[in-house]
Write a protein that binds this ligand. Sequence first.
Ligand SMILES: *[C@@H]1O[C@H](CO)[C@@H](O)[C@H](O)[C@H]1NC(C)=O
Ligand SMILES: *[C@@H]1O[C@H](CO)[C@@H](O)[C@H](O)[C@H]1NC(C)=O
Length: 157
Amino acid sequence: MEFYHTLCLLFSLSARVLLDLPFTTAQSCHPAQSNALLQFSNSFTVQTDMYLLCDPKTTGWENGLDCCLWDGVTCDNVTGNVIGLDLSFSCLQGTLRSDSSLFALRHLHSLNLGGNNFLASPILPELSVFAELRDLDLTHSNFSGSKIRISKCLFRI
Ligand SMILES: *[C@@H]1O[C@H](CO)[C@@H](O)[C@H](O)[C@H]1NC(C)=O
Ligand SMILES: *[C@@H]1O[C@H](CO)[C@@H](O)[C@H](O)[C@H]1NC(C)=O
């Protein structure tokens, strides 16, 4: 009797674990992607007195905390990859360079940098490294130059 009871308990425990697996909480951030986000954020200044009403999002980003929980960051809940970055109207000012760590976030599906001041940075061909990018918003952000070709991407400027 005791044996069956234990067996049954074991079974129900493992069944519970199995059943719970697909419903575990979202994946946490990959450290390399977290570092890329922090480096990207550190390459800009936050100007809260910007000409627009802006709301800083990156100032709350903190090393050691799961970047999937940071303001403006969306992760794939299965792979944990950063797939969305929405830094619209985040009071960012600075130039976007071709060696920016932003371009390490290869899994981005959507990128919104609208409503910041990129000081007439050129629209870089590096933006096409995002093979899965569907939505790119660079409106009202002081980029210069013309659009580049990005496959399957809705480019707003
Ligand atoms: C995980 O992502 C899928 C696809 O984006 C979504 O439909 C689903 O609701 C998400 N699940 C959780 C637990 O967030
Ligand atoms: C855009 O950037 C250029 C170069 O830094 C600067 O002179 C200009 O004032 C900026 N435009 C706006 C609207 O901030």
